[in-house]
Ligand binder design. Structure first.
Ligand SMILES: NC(=O)c1ccc[n+]([C@@H]2O[C@H](COP(=O)([O-])OP(=O)(O)OC[C@H]3O[C@@H](n4cnc5c(N)ncnc54)[C@H](OP(=O)(O)O)[C@@H]3O)[C@@H](O)[C@H]2O)c1
Length: 230
């Protein structure tokens, strides 16, 4: 039995992670940004003693600090940084603007590092010490054959860069720090044409997380455990 923290847990892949870990009997800490759109998660917390929920807007430094204070010194074994946004759908060449780019950078790239800094002692006190960052194959520079999507691609590529540094900086503490691509999944973000459903994606990612060893820290893997080129 482990304690798992998942951000952006009110819908999509985040909610699916919660459901899978609860089924296994693990202790789950789920964060949501807006209670108004979190009724399913709140209902789950009423039905499960092993689910704690906290408000967290990763785009607000005040909210990040409040969350870490509320967490206190609870040890966290597995941290799944899942919250993310796609940003403007039309970020093709000729349509890119600063105002729409910066918030995506804050949420997809900067917030994961800020949150990790704030909860590092919780992670140090955990037994499993697995730090998982949900990224995207669209952040792979080698894999980019389609162009466009400047905003989403760049913020996930930057996430990959900072998580690689985290994996190096935290290696001596025995932390396993990994980037996971969930596949193209049928969620609000992935849309109905996604190639796989949430269950396939999250079952796959949990299997990968379970099997992670120190030697894989700093890797960029997909939900089947295959390496994605940087
Ligand atoms: N679906 C795919 O095909 C796909 C592919 C590659 C990577 N990913 C990645 O997988 C992760 C989950 O995606 P998804 O498909 O489940 O997307 P989703 O259905 O759009 O859900 C996104 C989640 O992130 C939360 N979030 C957004 N901004 C937030 C903020 N400022 N503070 C806290 N939470 C925030 C959302 O909360 P609200 O409901 O409050 O907005 C929601 O819970 C993301 O990092 C995404 O980039 C998805």
């Amino acid at each position: 039995m482990v304690t798992v923290l998942v951000t952006g847990a009110n819908r999509g892949l985040g909610l699916e992670f919660i459901s899978h870990y609860l089924d296994r009997g693990d202790h789950v800490i789920a964060t949501y940004r807006d209670i108004a759109s979190s009724s399913e998660l709140i209902k789950m917390s009423e039905d499960h003693d092993n689910l704690m929920t906290f408000n967290l807007d990763v785009d607000s430094e005040k909210s990040l600090t409040n969350f870490s204070k509320q967490l206190g010194n609870i040890p966290i074994d597995i941290f799944i940084n899942n919250a993310g946004i796609y940003g403007p759908r039309n970020s093709s060449f000729g349509h890119v603007g600063t105002e729409t780019w910066i918030p995506v950078l804050r949420i997809n790239t900067i917030a994961p590092v800020l949150l990790t800094q704030l909860i590092i002692d919780n992670l140090r006190n955990g037994s499993v010490k697995k730090l998982i960052y949900i990224t995207s194959k669209m952040g792979s520079i080698d894999d980019n054959s389609g162009g466009g999507s400047y905003v989403y691609r760049s913020t996930k590529a930057a996430l990959n860069a900072v998580v690689k540094s985290l994996s190096i900086d935290l290696k001596n503490e025995g932390m396993i720090v990994t980037l996971l691509h969930p596949g193209w999944v049928q969620t609000d973000m992935g849309g109905p044409n996604g190639l796989i459903d949430k269950n396939t994606s999250v079952s796959g990612m949990i299997k990968v997380i379970d099997g992670l060893e120190q030697a894989q820290s700093g890797s960029f893997l997909d939900y089947t455990g295959c390496h994605i080129p940087w």
